[in-house]
Design a protein around this ligand. Structure first.
Ligand code: XIL
Length: 328
């Protein structure tokens, strides 16, 4: 691997190159991470249910390890995520007697969580996904149904940003979502971010998750999304990129290895995506992959349980794929 260029070095005049990790991959892919990436995100371990499994009982062990590794190796850190409808815990929305909490109590718990987490890591994370996936996928609806929305109301989003800004005034605060390039959802995300900016809510960026595949979305839709969000004057980050070998509707589950043709098509797509990212380097400050290499990806189980996938630019042994050479 000696003649392989370091990916983050190749991109040093464009944007930082990130990977999502967990305690296992932080160990098993240590060398690959150090060589190619200069930004890290916790795949799961900084989500609500894992940081605060019981009220007031924070578990920072894994997050601390991640922060230490990043500091030792001069890597930046993206925080993921503070307010989300998934991976929260039962107690959060409940009183001790099992009834649902009211707005005031939930806001208090939100503030407590955000100020504790951001307070502990103040100055360590350059950006935070403050609110994740609050927009509906359904065209007849604006915000996604969730306990946050139900109990607090629409301003749960603004409140989260305000609490985060109070706790770490120098961090860049992001709204993060998927299907971000889909025309209708793009407009809903735009509407949300614009309404926050109009109210002077401290929001600094939009995260495009970029859970894409070898067929979708189109480059035109991606470009349109980038331009639309950038027109609000915020920065953009590609926060969870993977390029699945399968279209969303393709539920095949019998492949144990990707074919040459699939690998080639994927490389073609990576090439095109990164050309677009480079074109918009003035607004895109980071591109993060939702994993380090094909040895582990959440797509091995999603949306088809047990199906393997190979969505990254490094293969299962960390060997650069054609996709790597095309983007490097
Ligand atoms: C995923 C993780 O990768 C999985 O391990 C976990 O089981 C579910 O969450 N959008 C997000 C990420 O914002 O937090 C999700 O991560 C993927 C979709």
């Amino acid at each position: 691997q000696l003649n392989t260029p370091d990916l983050y070095q190749v991109y040093k005049n464009f944007f930082t190159i990130g990977a999502a990790v967990n305690s296992k991959t932080l160990e098993s892919e240590k060398e690959l991470l150090k060589k190619h990436y200069n930004s890290l995100t916790a795949e799961n371990e900084m989500k609500f249910e894992l940081l605060q499994p019981e009220q007031g009982n924070f578990n920072f062990a894994n997050a601390d390890k991640l922060v230490a590794f990043a500091n030792e190796n001069n890597m930046k850190l993206r925080g993921h995520t503070l307010v989300w409808h998934n991976q929260t815990t039962e107690w959060l929305f409940q009183n001790p007697d099992g009834t649902q909490v009211n707005r005031e109590i939930l806001l208090q718990r939100m503030e407590e969580h955000i100020s504790t987490v951001l307070g502990r890591y103040k100055g360590q994370f350059y950006s935070w996904d403050v609110v994740n996936e609050a927009i509906s996928d359904d065209d007849s609806e604006y915000l996604r149904k969730s306990k946050w929305l139900d109990i607090i109301g629409e301003d749960f989003i603004a409140k989260a940003f305000e609490f985060a800004h109070q706790a770490d005034p120098n961090a860049s605060l992001f709204y993060n979502d998927y299907n971000e390039s889909h025309p209708n959802k793009r407009e809903r995300i735009y509407r949300l971010v614009k309404s926050l900016l109009d109210k002077d809510v401290p929001i600094h960026g939009v995260g495009l998750q970029a859970h894409w595949n070898v067929h979708d979305p189109s480059l035109d839709d991606i470009r349109a999304a980038i331009e639309r969000y950038a027109s609000l004057g915020v920065q953009l980050q590609i926060t969870e990129m993977d390029v699945s070998m399968f279209s969303w509707d393709d539920r095949r589950a019998d492949l144990t290895q990707p074919t040459e043709e699939m690998l080639h098509l994927q490389a073609e797509r990576y090439d095109q995506f990164f050309r677009v990212f480079r074109e918009y380097k003035e607004v895109i400050s980071n591109v993060t992959f939702w994993g380090a290499n094909d040895s582990y990806t959440w797509l091995n189980d999603f949306p088809v349980r047990g199906r393997k996938n190979w969505p990254f630019v490094f293969g299962e042994n960390g060997v650069p794929k054609e996709s790597f050479w095309r983007i490097a």
